[in-house]
Design a protein around this ligand. Structure first.
Ligand code: FES
Ligand code: FES
Length: 152
């Protein structure tokens, strides 16, 4: 058994230590908000926070997820930055099919924790690894700026 600190709670998973965190979350814990897209750290659908930093859970083994704070989309509203991002996402009706959006929210929240007033270049850099097949990029940018204003 491995104990992981997820959304402020100690949760146990019975998996091989090499298992990607993504599958421990989805299959062992039933936390299906974190999505599988590519499995090779190239799409961002699986983004969670590790000690507050956006991290690709598809390439993070459970062995590396011990002793750190993990936040998933299910827990991101637990702080004011995550709450502001989710509110802005709803206000701007960002999601189209929705598949990529949990990862987008996690990356956007990580950005706003580090930069209170991100420029377009900051947003481009922080969000570059999050792919949206539906092309919601303009709404994502508007929502991030709105969340930054709400938090100011
Ligand atoms: S599923 Fe992890 S980056 Fe695509
Ligand atoms: S909303 Fe469909 S992939 Fe992004």
């Amino acid at each position: 058994m491995t104990t992981l600190d997820i959304n402020g709670k100690p949760l146990q998973v019975d998996v091989d230590p090499s298992t990607p965190l993504l599958w421990a979350l989805r299959d062992s814990l039933g936390m299906t908000g974190t999505k599988f897209g590519c499995g090779i750290a190239s799409c961002g659908a699986c983004t969670v926070h590790v000690n507050g930093q956006p991290t690709r859970s598809c390439v993070t083994p459970v062995s590396a997820a011990q002793g750190v704070r993990i936040t998933t989309i299910e827990g991101v509203a637990g702080d004011k930055v995550g709450r502001a991002v989710l509110d802005a996402w709803i206000k701007h009706d960002v999601a189209q099919c929705g598949y990529c959006q949990n990862g987008q929210v996690m990356s956007a929240t990580g950005l706003l924790r580090n930069k209170k007033h991100p420029t377009d270049a900051d947003i481009d850099q922080a969000m570059a690894g999050n792919v949206c097949r539906c092309g919601t990029y303009q709404r994502i940018r508007a929502a991030i700026k709105d969340a930054a204003r709400a938090l100011a």
